[in-house]
Design a protein around this ligand. Structure first.
Ligand SMILES: *Cc1c(COP(=O)(O)O)cnc(C)c1O
Length: 435
């Protein structure tokens, strides 16, 4: 419990004068856990260092992209090489084709790609594409799934099983979400009911294959196949938002892990190797309806940015080398087993629930099972807050919210994992002591 945050405290106060909440993305402000967010000086491999000199084992991984760890030498070399030749041309480059070819080879469901600059943009464009292709307007999204901050998708909470979309932020007009229908994640009966009522009006079902923005929630057996079948039956498209899971859970993404074929896939995070990127992907018949080949408009000044393409290309190459995913699984399984044992030893076995898919992990402070938004939000957020700060003070940096994912990277060493488990033993004992 020896960390000093003196410099971060000063930096945070200064930041708050000119940056809203002192940050450029809300969760970074630590609102859910309280306290001062460490301001970061640098990161390398599995470690991140703040401006007070505190050194943490990092499981935020830049919210997902850093699957190779930070400042990976190949990624740095690719970026350094690319940047010498200019940072943005607003004209086609060969490297865009190479990254697109790489994605096409990785995913059976994909023949063409449109690059954008963020996951938000990718999903927003995918929804427009689905509406344009089908000539329908309604989309179905799962409660608690996050698809970026586009107006029509900023509908998170709902009461009851199936509700009409109500905006969850001021500034989002009711009209923008009126065509967004909500279902509980993992509930095929919810979905069936919506299709029964609105079948011919549904352009697409949009979902994260593995929910990763309400903690980690794997799809129930047959859930994704059930969505696929309902979409087929009603002529709706299936959009799998793999911005987080893409190249995270396997080289073929979650769709290969679960054997489900989406009509449109959105990617981001890992495919940019830590640079801003997103992608809308799918078969030629659908993608070719985007401008300029087709009538559905989509554009971007920095889309297909050469630095981001270069970083993404070497990142995906690293994921193909050796037995990358087997090694990542070993590390993730070891961490998960250790954390679970720590919870058991702290006497919290009946107060916690541990979910994991590959290198995506989440310890919920509720007995579980956690399989949807309702069960996730049953978590004891006070317990999480204590756990979070106890971990941070012991040099383990996790996302400052119960409803985020812990990401293991290939750079997490056996020492990092041992240190994390040891910190968790003490942190969970402190949670237990709260009663
Ligand atoms: C992160 C994320 C997004 C948004 O991506 P940004 O790059 O933050 O705009 C969309 N969908 C999912 C599933 C995500 O995890």
């Amino acid at each position: 419990m020896s960390n000093s945050f003196v410099k971060s405290q000063a930096a945070f106060e200064k930041a708050q004068q000119v940056l809203v909440g002192g940050v450029n993305s809300p969760v970074r402000a630590f609102a859910a856990v309280g306290g001062v967010p460490p301001f970061i000086q640098s990161a390398s491999g599995s470690h991140i260092i703040d401006i007070d000199g505190n050194d943490y084992v990092d499981y935020v991984s830049g919210y997902g992209p850093a699957i190779l760890g930070h400042a990976h030498p190949d990624v740095l070399a690719a970026i350094t090489d690319a940047v010498q030749r200019g940072t943005n041309y607003g004209a086609p480059t060969e490297i865009e084709t190479r990254l697109a070819e790489t994605i096409v080879q990785a995913l059976d469901s994909v023949e063409m790609v449109r690059f954008v600059s963020s996951g938000t943009e990718a999903v927003m464009s995918a929804v427009r594409l689905a509406r344009g292709v089908t000539g329908r307007t309604k989309i179905i999204k799962c409660i608690g799934c996050y698809h970026g901050h586009a107006d029509s998708l900023l509908v998170a909470a709902g009461s009851g099983a199936t509700t009409l979309g109500v905006p969850s932020s001021p500034g989002v007009p009711a009209g923008a979400t009126a065509d967004t229908l909500l279902v509980e994640y993992n509930s095929l009966s919810d979905l069936q009911a919506i299709f029964d009522a609105h079948g011919g009006e549904i352009a697409a079902v949009l979902t994260e294959p593995i929910a990763g923005n309400m903690g980690v929630i794997p799809p129930a057996e047959g859930y994704l196949q059930g969505i696929r079948a309902l979409c087929d039956q009603h002529g709706a498209l299936l959009i799998l938002d793999e911005v987080m899971t893409g190249f995270r859970v396997s080289y073929g993404c979650a769709q290969s892990l679960y054997g489900v074929r989406p009509d449109i896939t959105t990617l981001g995070k890992i495919i940019g190797g830590g640079m801003p990127v997103g992608a809308v992907c799918g078969p030629r018949s659908i993608l070719s309806q985007l401008s300029p080949a087709g009538p559905i408009y989509q554009a971007g000044t920095l889309s297909g940015n050469p630095i981001a393409m270069a970083a993404g290309l070497v990142t995906l190459a690293a994921l193909r080398s050796g037995e990358f995913y087997e090694h990542l699984e070993e590390r993730s399984a070891a961490l998960a087993a250790g954390l679970k044992q720590a919870a058991d030893q702290a006497g919290l076995a009946d107060k916690t629930c541990f979910n994991r898919v590959g290198s995506m992990l989440c310890l919920f402070f509720t007995p579980g099972p956690v399989d949807n938004y309702t069960s996730a939000t049953a978590s004891d957020l006070n317990a999480f807050r204590t756990y979070f700060h106890e971990m941070l003070s012991r040099g383990v940096y996790m996302a400052p919210s119960q409803f985020e994912t812990m990401f293991v990277s290939i750079s997490h060493s056996a020492d990092d994992i041992a240190k994390t488990i040891e910190a968790a033993s003490k942190a969970l004992a402190a949670v237990k002591a709260m009663g």
